[in-house]
Design a protein around this ligand. Sequence first.
Ligand SMILES: [Zn+2]
Length: 296
Amino acid sequence: MSEALQPWQWPEEHWRGVVDHVRAGRSYQPKSWPGGARCAIALSFDSDHETNELREGGESIGKLSQGQYGNRQGIPRILDILRRHDVRASFYVPAVTALLYPDEQRRVTAEGHEVALHGWIHERNSVLPEPAERDLMLRAADVLEKTSGQRPVGIRTPSWDFSPATLAIARDMGLLYDSSLMADVDCYELLLDGTPTGVVELPVEWIRDDAVYFNMNRFAGLRPYTPPSDVFDIFRRELEAAHAEGGIFQLTMHPHISGYRSRVWILEEIIRHAKQLGNVWFATHADVVRHAKANG
Ligand SMILES: [Zn+2]
């Protein structure tokens, strides 16, 4: 029916079905965070590296080298900052990245961070047939467990691209949480066709994603249009408001985008600023979700 009709012709039953397929259910907003903290700080890094090029079928040696920078320079700079400030974070890793750089994943987990799902080769879920999406998610979980020594409990879909099947697959895999959707600032339960799945969402937002501000494409018009100081200002305002509300400050960065001398200071300044605000709890996404689910 939807193929034959224009959206303005859809019967109510159809557009309601589209909207209600994956929906935010009950909120998990805890009264306080561990240790009586006022604000949870959930920092995350999507270790896409070369997969941003590979997933498009690209073989550009220049772009692949930019991906390798993520492993050679981005990750070490980020891990160094996290270690100096004694902060735990989450790393979302495509299986192909984990296979290219198993040592990186072992180091990330050895330093107390979380490694979680981020697709096979950063494929777009919404263009895959369901059996392929399911197969890739299962195989990716096996690869992450093998390389990092940690069975992933969460997923962030590549490019935050969710197919109609993604949530059912996450539920069937027994995943604790997803971190790809945007219906709230607090954790919430994900409903599938109105039924609670038990999978918790820790919401993201493009506003709190470095790629939006810094991406560029040499052969198209895309250029970074926001200076790093302005990006920091946006993140800082998100942080201060989360702190004032007693909520979660969730942030997404990429080693191959922010792991540069002129940008990586944003991460360090955000951590410093959070500590200055005081009474904050730095935690992995998995730990934030566990606390919110148990106390929300
Ligand atoms: Zn990614």
